[in-house]
Write a protein that binds this ligand. Structure first.
Ligand code: ADP
Ligand code: MG
Length: 223
């Protein structure tokens, strides 16, 4: 009999828990099911914040207007919340909305992507490259087989064009390359330790001189 495998996307919190086991930083995050709860939790966390739509039917949140960044106060939050629900309702009328994710807003930083996947021929593979909305446009990515040592991760980063940005342009300080190679190594190890993980997509990881933070952590498991 053929065995059917089922794929499940881990919640942001489940994904963040795994990240912390591999020393991968994530921003402070909370979940709210209603607008009132959202206001309460944002006030608790402190502004600026980002809110993101949570729905099993929505994978690329910003494509449907499901991400609002740079919310500075309670008034801005009320507007952003209503506008987001309106946009998402129009674009995805059938999606079941489970709530919104509230995140501490990080400013600046170089956006990179670190991904993990399983190649049928080669097994676990780690991807690194330019992240955010330009990933499709520039296709500036490099692949390495897991496990990826720190030194190999370093060479993987250096093989991309985004490396120039990470070194700091126009007087900016260079990004934390130890932290970033640590994320790549961590993703490789995650794939090896957890064969049930079929896909990892950390896009973007925001890179700074003193840290790298995964602000969108998507992990898919197969049972
Ligand atoms: P999706 O990829 O599903 O559209 P993301 O969570 O990646 O949603 O958010 C979209 C974009 O919003 C990111 O590429 C990043 O530029 C920005 N962003 C998301 N979370 C944060 C955050 N906590 N701080 C700063 N910017 C963020
Ligand atoms: Mg993303």
């Amino acid at each position: 009999m053929e065995k059917r495998s089922e794929k499940r996307v881990l919640s942001e919190f489940e994904a963040q828990k795994i990240c912390s086991q591999y020393q991968i930083r994530t921003p402070r995050t909370a979940l709210a099911k209603t607008e009132e709860e959202c206001v309460e939790k944002c006030n608790d966390m402190g502004y600026p914040v980002v809110i993101k739509i949570v729905s099993k039917q929505i994978v690329h949140k910003s494509d449907v207007g499901g991400v609002a960044v740079g919310i500075k106060n309670e008034k801005g939050l009320g507007e952003a919340y209503k506008e987001m629900m309106e946009r998402v309702g129009l674009k995805c009328p059938d999606a079941v909305i489970d709530g919104v994710l509230i995140q501490q807003m990080l400013s600046g930083g170089v956006e990179v992507v670190v991904g993990g996947l399983k190649n049928q021929q080669f097994g676990p593979v780690v991807m690194f490259g330019l992240g955010g909305i330009y990933i499709e446009v520039f296709k500036d990515v490099e692949f390495r087989l897991a496990p990826v040592s720190r030194a190999e991760a370093r060479r993987q980063i250096e093989a991309t064009k985004v490396y120039k940005l990470l070194q700091g342009v126009r007087g900016q300080l260079p990004c934390d390359m130890d932290a970033l190679s640590g994320v790549i190594t961590g993703v490789g190890q995650m794939l090896l330790d957890h064969p049930e993980i079929s896909e990892i997509d950390f896009n973007p990881i925001l890179c700074y001189p003193d840290k790298c933070v995964a602000v969108d952590a998507r992990i898919v498991v197969e049972s």
